[in-house]
Design a protein around this ligand. Structure first.
Ligand SMILES: [Cu+2]
Length: 154
């Protein structure tokens, strides 16, 4: 009787849905995912700078008027010292917090995750030029600036 054409149409429809899902999956895993997971390409010289810049949170930094972050106006040159490490040598926990939300397109958000305890460090790899004023969250009078500049190609 006439049950065959109906089930045939149903079968074709189902097949189309399966093929559609399959193509969608191929596109998603083959094109969309790799693109969205890829980090921006950064030169090896920037990823592996020759030196690390150390910024010390000096003993007594917690007291208003004292030196806090030393050097206070740090200068970073890409490919040279763009890996920066803050070390807390004060006996009080401090943070490294940008005045305005700041991100590096390779390394992500710039800010210490919570406080840096005495003797602990916070490290960040800068990969693009920018100037960042930052402060200590619990002690907002502790302020400093870090400026990242392009390599002059010496
Ligand atoms: Cu502090």
């Amino acid at each position: 009787m006439s049950a065959t054409p109906i089930s045939h149409a149903y079968g074709v429809g189902l097949l189309a849905v399966i093929v559609g899902l399959g193509l969608g999956l191929v596109f998603y895993t083959g094109f969309y995912l790799p693109e969205s997971l890829a980090k921006p390409s950064v030169s090896e010289h920037i990823l592996h700078p020759t030196t690390t810049l150390e910024i010390e949170i000096v003993p007594g930094a917690v007291i208003e008027g004292n030196d806090s972050y030393v050097p206070n106006k740090a200068s970073v040159i890409l490919e040279q010292n763009n890996r920066v490490i803050w070390i807390n040598n004060d006996d009080t926990p401090h943070t490294v917090t940008p005045d305005h939300r700041t991100a590096d397109s390779y390394s992500g958000d710039f800010a210490s995750p919570g406080v840096i305890k005495t003797g602990e460090t916070y490290e960040f790899l800068f990969t693009e030029p920018q100037e960042i004023p930052y402060h200590c969250e619990p002690h907002p009078w502790m302020t400093a600036t870090i400026k990242i500049e392009k390599s002059r190609g010496i």
